[in-house]
Design a protein around this ligand. Structure first.
Ligand SMILES: Cc1cc2nc3c(=O)[nH]c(=O)nc-3n(C[C@H](O)[C@H](O)[C@H](O)COP(=O)(O)OP(=O)(O)OC[C@H]3O[C@@H](n4cnc5c(N)ncnc54)[C@H](O)[C@@H]3O)c2cc1C
Length: 365
């Protein structure tokens, strides 16, 4: 299915025109790829984190940009599975599985990136309703048609962030919202959005997890976000290796394929070894999650190593392809551009290292 819909021309066109791959997304819906890793009670197909990994690798084979829309939806839905109440789960999850809505998550702000607890966008009560004002940044896929945004806002200005943030589900076309698709180095199709909120009115049933209980939702969401992200990284990395390998076997200089130079051949040996290691780290984390165990350390390691490997592999593959790798008419430049985001998004490499070290007992300042 992926090969039939997401042809090389289809991918290039959406990257160039900065348009969302609606046909491909619809095909995922029809195949049940969105509903696979969710319980049957809410309309899912009853799979687990390991099923999600298998799907993720295949989708990510076409590049991280398209994959980002699958990942953002699935990890947001997974957070709802953990934190929403029964009526909310029965309302939102089946609609997401059926493709009636898409889901995204918006935490980051101009002054709240790694330090997400510093967010300032606020919601204040107005009778039963809430009124949201402020600005969000870098929200993947938030401006796509029928997107519902899982939005983290301050609801108690005087409380510590652990006790003063709440989560709301907000339609991206609610009155008072303005979304702008940002010019980024890569990931142009699904896109990254800036959002302005000007007296956006939200009904009480859109509050998830309880008033001032948003921090717990955020932490729960981050774990599955990083696992989902890591699963995409090695799918993309494998595509990069495969296309550079084909090139190295065909491209001749000095009368023989460039891949017969030991300097190039060893680059492939290293790349494949590291991508396999990234895959195994992620599988370990998914196995722990699928078996109901805590996996914060393992997920952070998989996210850190997988993202850094992906960036490294993309840079090496561009070197192997010489001028053709750097040329806009070939696909490697897109794979390279998309790769560069992954040690920043879903928590930077530095923040993953801080977390892993903290879990080892070292309080990094
Ligand atoms: C393509 C893309 C998609 C994204 N999608 C989303 C999304 O869907 N939803 C959303 O809410 N956000 C999203 N983000 C935002 C992302 O989570 C943030 O960019 C990220 O958390 C880093 O924040 P920042 O960019 O403000 O950098 P900063 O936090 O300002 O960090 C700048 C640098 O300082 C380092 N640094 C900061 N603090 C420390 C520290 N304590 N120790 C060591 N180093 C530190 C960082 O590692 C980084 O290298 C996305 C970002 C990108 C690039």
């Amino acid at each position: 299915m992926m090969d039939k819909v997401a042809t090389p021309d289809y991918i290039r066109r959406h990257d160039r025109d900065r348009t969302f791959p609606h046909e491909l997304y619809q095909a995922w819906v029809e195949l049940g790829l969105l509903s696979m890793p969710f319980p049957e009670a809410y309309g899912g197909l009853g799979g687990n984190a390991i099923d999600m990994m298998i799907i993720a690798e295949e989708i990510a084979r076409k590049g991280y940009d398209f994959y980002a829309s699958y990942a953002a939806g699935v990890f947001t839905a997974h957070m709802l599975l953990q934190k929403a109440d029964e009526p909310q789960k029965r309302t939102w999850l089946p609609r997401f599985f059926a493709g009636e809505i898409k889901l995204s998550t918006s935490m980051s702000e101009p002054d709240a990136g790694s330090d997400v607890g510093a967010l300032r966008t606020s919601a204040v009560r107005d009778g039963e309703h809430w009124i949201i004002n402020g600005q969000k940044l870098w929200a993947t896929g938030a401006g796509v048609k029928d997107n519902v945004i899982a939005l983290y806002v301050k609801t108690d200005a005087n409380a510590h962030y652990r006790n003063g943030i709440s989560l709301f589900l907000v339609d991206n076309d609610a009155p008072g919202m303005e979304l702008r698709k940002l010019e980024m180095l890569g990931r142009s199709s699904v896109g990254t959005y800036e959002i302005f909120f000007n007296d956006v009115r939200v009904p009480p049933e859109r509050l998830v997890g309880g008033e001032n209980q948003g921090w717990g939702c955020l932490l729960a969401g981050l774990q599955y976000e990083r696992l989902t992200s890591a699963a995409g990284y090695y799918g993309c990395s494998q595509t990069i290796i495969d296309s550079a390998l084909q090139y190295a076997q065909e491209r001749k200089q000095f009368g023989r394929p460039i891949g017969t130079n030991q300097a190039i051949a060893h680059m492939f040996a290293d790349m494949q070894t590291e991508v396999d290691a990234a895959r195994l780290l992620t599988w370990r984390a998914a196995w722990l999650i699928a078996n109901g165990k805590d996996a914060l350390r393992e997920i952070s390691m998989a996210k850190l190593f997988g993202s850094e490997t992906y960036v490294k592999v993309a840079a090496a593959a561009m070197q192997i392809m010489g001028g053709y790798g750097y040329n806009m008419e070939f696909d490697m430049q897109r794979l390279f551009r998309d790769s560069r985001s992954v040690t920043i998004g879903a928590g930077t490499s530095q923040m993953q290292r801080n977390l892993i070290a903290a879990l080892m007992g070292l309080k990094v300042r």
